[in-house]
Design a binder for this molecule. Structure first.
Ligand code: SAH
Ligand code: SF4
Ligand code: F3S
Length: 435
């Protein structure tokens, strides 16, 4: 038998890219490729890229530059660019980096083996279509190898919201949902392979309509799978948070009390300019309803500061909203103008001002995160242990609230779901002991 060829994949961006990278590796597995952790001995290198902010997109070119020597030493080495930069820039990538052999957009991964076949020796293969056929149905069924206790499962892709700053509607296309039956089959398969927690993914996951009952209907069905202990979903848009999904947070025991619900800003003027189609007030009311359904719900969010036209008064409204909501965890970004988006045409906030606002917002968010973490000390949580920790004998896992929890106890094995009492709070994790 010929020696297996080696595939090195580097993943940037969101969890959907993590999921896609797994599926691409599986698709190439069918072509005799096995994954390697290092680009040095690879026969194929794939960069699964992110276009969300300028920094993320530019990273791809510096990373490609680092492969020049490898390509010179091994002319057969195939280099591919996948993901959102591939979709957004297409042929431009090959123009800027002629050593790239393949460019494949997020909707065409099932065509990757054919592209690999067609490329090389100076021939480029490019596919950034939004094909008619269903990528997921066309991807071969997943191999039956054992896996860790947690998994991502993409159920929805694309976005029809067109926030004025965002490239996702252009790179991922229109909202599409996978049929519930297909999702159920994949979920059962994951559980058979050792998975106990599934995070349902979508750029707008709560707009999922592959089930008559929407995302809530899908979650209720998934909760019926024996051996599946935990369900999460991300990312949601406030306007798609319907009554049944809110109710599910109180009713479905397996649905974890953690919700990532980005609001982006706290000023209605800015929200309007962002084309978010909700107000700060409607968002806060929504949080109240969610907390009424599930009082211990831990909230997470995304914020953009320095959006074109944002004044100090607008920024104060963002700070006020954060104070009111109290987040357990947040991501905050300085606005980055993205080519082709409506906001890219508008006058920007001076960089120093935006930097200053970002610092102030992050200080507040960090303080809230720490306060909520510190309040966990003395409480009991359930931890799903995922891997060995950094200290000898330590195991690390996640609580219901997605806090990282470390416990040192020889009794714990990977995949265990155990009751833990929190004894200490550190900047980004908690320490505990078995109850
Ligand atoms: N679909 C998700 C996430 C989109 S991207 C949602 O709607 O929430 C993740 C986050 O990146 C966004 O929530 C936003 O906060 C940030 N982001 C998107 N475009 C950006 C831009 N042009 N500049 C800075 N941050 C941006
Ligand atoms: Fe981007 Fe807005 Fe769609 Fe989220 S909802 S992916 S921020 S356009
Ligand atoms: Fe980035 Fe594309 Fe995800 S732009 S955040 S990888 S959808």
């Amino acid at each position: 038998m010929a020696e297996a060829k080696k595939l090195y994949i580097k993943t940037y961006g969101c969890q959907m890219n993590v999921y896609d990278s797994e599926r691409m590796a599986e698709a190439m597995g069918g072509q005799g490729y096995v994954q390697t952790d290092s680009p040095d001995d690879a026969d194929m290198i794939l960069l699964n890229t992110c276009h969300i902010r300028e920094k993320a997109a530019e990273k791809v070119y510096s990373e490609l530059g680092r492969f020049k020597g490898l390509k010179a030493a091994k002319p057969d080495l195939k280099i591919g660019v996948a993901g959102c930069v591939a979709q957004a820039e297409g042929e431009e990538i090959v123009r800027r980096q002629p050593m790239v052999d393949m460019v494949v957009g997020p909707q065409s991964y099932h065509r990757l083996p054919a592209l690999a076949e067609a490329s090389g020796g100076g021939t480029k293969a490019l596919d950034t279509d939004f094909p008619e056929e269903d990528k997921f149905a066309a991807l071969k069924s997943r191999p039956k190898t054992a896996r860790g206790p947690t998994a991502f499962l993409t159920v929805q892709e694309g976005c029809d919201k067109f926030c004025a700053f965002c490239v996702v509607p252009y790179t991922r296309g229109a909202e599409v949902s996978r049929p519930a039956a297909q999702v159920m089959t994949e979920a059962r398969d994951l559980v058979e392979r050792g998975v106990r927690e599934i995070t349902l993914l979508g750029q707008n996951v709560n707009a999922y309509h592959g089930h008559d009952g929407g995302l809530a209907g899908l979650i209720r069905d998934l909760a019926g799978i024996d051996g599946l202990d935990r369900i999460r979903f991300t990312t949601s848009h406030p306007n798609d948070m319907d009554d049944d999904l809110i109710a599910a947070h109180g009713e479905v025991e397996k649905l974890m009390p953690y919700l990532h619900l980005p609001v982006q800003a706290g000023s209605d003027r800015v929200l309007k300019a962002m084309n978010r189609k909700h107000t700060a007030e409607s968002y806060v009311r929504l949080i109240e309803r969610l907390r009424a359904a599930r009082p211990d719900l831990l909230l997470s969010g995304d914020f953009i500061v320095g959006f074109p036209g944002e004044t100090e008064e607008d920024f104060a409204a963002t700070m006020a909203l954060v104070e009111e909501v109290r987040y357990g965890q947040c991501y905050s970004f300085k606005y980055s103008a993205r080519p082709g988006t409506p906001a890219a045409e508008r006058a920007t906030v001076p960089a120093a001002e935006a930097d200053d606002r970002l610092q102030r917002l992050q200080a507040l968010l960090n303080r809230q995160q720490r306060e909520i973490q510190d309040a966990m000390v003395g409480q009991e949580v359930k931890v799903l242990f995922e891997r060995a920790g950094r200290m000898p004998g330590q195991m690390t896992g996640k609580s219901e609230y997605l806090h990282a929890v470390h416990v040192t106890d020889p009794e714990i094995a990977k995949g265990d779901l155990r009751r833990v009492r929190i004894v200490e709070s550190a900047p980004n994790s908690l320490a505990g002991e078995l109850v």
